[in-house]
Design a protein around this ligand. Structure first.
Ligand SMILES: [Zn+2]
Length: 310
């Protein structure tokens, strides 16, 4: 089953935020939020948290899967609202959050969405300005956080989408929180997985293959909701196939054009028209930037262009 809108996923898991931008509340004796969202979802989050069984003092952790603007924009708000929580992220994410340029970009993109959605008064009233993130605990491969009641959260480093990507897995419940290291659910299995390999194509595929090897009953994606049951198990396999299809199509196009910009133009016509991943209203320009980076990573990995710094 595909749970597309916020609500209860299971006794242990609530889907919060919005369809496009999802956070999850995982319950042991202690609680953990997975996903740092964007600031525009905060007004909904306030209502959702007031309606569910939620004791703020039990909330101990907030996991930031990676440093992209659409996965950490609500973190400053959450830290102000629940000052006792620990923010968990990778060492690479901490490095990014130490850069003024990155913080400015996250602030600007989050504010852009606020303005576009007409949420200026909520922005002021709820103090939604993005003013940086202090990581309280660095997460590395094989780290485990015990929430009590047998709910152990196991972390994996899954670079490729970004250098800083981590995923979380709960063996007892067979829940995977892949961040953007796995494809979000889609109606069209032939679609191209966005946002894809933004850092390194080889690592991206390798990380997804690792996640595909886990036994899952729920995949809780930070975009477009959670999938449960047999569909959850298929999602990662589909992702691997989508990724391979995307790679071969891009290489095929590049063999025809032999020109990077021309390949991007061709791919944009073919791919963006079929894809509804609109980056929370950030528009075509953002989609094109993301597509261009993914194409660059594929061609670099194939040795068809030289590697540039991410
Ligand atoms: Zn991302």
């Amino acid at each position: 089953m595909w749970i597309r809108e916020p609500g209860k996923v299971s006794d242990r898991l609530d889907f919060l935020g919005a369809r496009e931008n999802c956070l999850y509340l995982l319950r042991g004796r202690d609680m953990m939020i997975i996903g740092g969202g964007m600031s525009w979802i905060v007004p909904s989050l306030e209502i959702q948290l007031s309606k569910i069984d939620f004791e703020p003092k039990k909330l101990k952790y907030l996991v930031v899967s990676h440093s992209h603007f659409d996965h950490c924009g609500a973190v400053p708000y959450l830290k102000k609202k629940f000052p006792h929580i620990q923010i968990l992220a990778s060492a690479h994410a901490e490095k990014i959050f130490a850069k003024h340029k990155a913080i400015d970009f996250i602030a600007v993109t989050n504010k852009y969405a606020i303005d576009r959605l007409g949420l200026q008064s909520e922005y002021e009233g709820l103090d939604l300005k993005f003013d940086g993130i202090h990581v309280d605990r660095i997460i590395t491969e094989k780290d485990i956080v015990d929430l009590g009641d047998g709910i152990d959260v196991h972390f994996l480093e899954v670079p490729g989408h970004t250098q800083c990507s981590i995923a979380a897995y709960v063996p007892k419940l067979k829940i995977l929180f892949p961040g953007d290291a796995a494809p979000p659910p889609t109606d069209d299995e032939n679609t191209v997985f966005f946002p894809g390999p933004q850092y390194h194509f080889g690592l991206f595929k390798q990380s997804m293959a690792r996640l595909a090897g886990l036994e899952v009953e729920i995949v809780a994606s930070e975009h477009y909701g959670a999938v449960t049951g047999t569909r959850a198990g298929r999602l990662l396999q589909e992702g691997l196939r989508q990724t391979e299809r995307f790679r071969s199509r891009i290489i095929e196009m590049h063999q025809q054009t032999r020109n990077f910009d021309e390949t991007v133009r061709k791919a944009a016509v073919e791919i963006l028209s079929r894809n509804d991943f609109d980056f929370m209203g950030m528009g075509k320009e953002m989609q094109l930037t993301v597509l261009k980076t993914a194409i660059r990573r594929i061609l670099e990995y194939a040795g068809l262009i030289d590697r540039t710094a991410p």
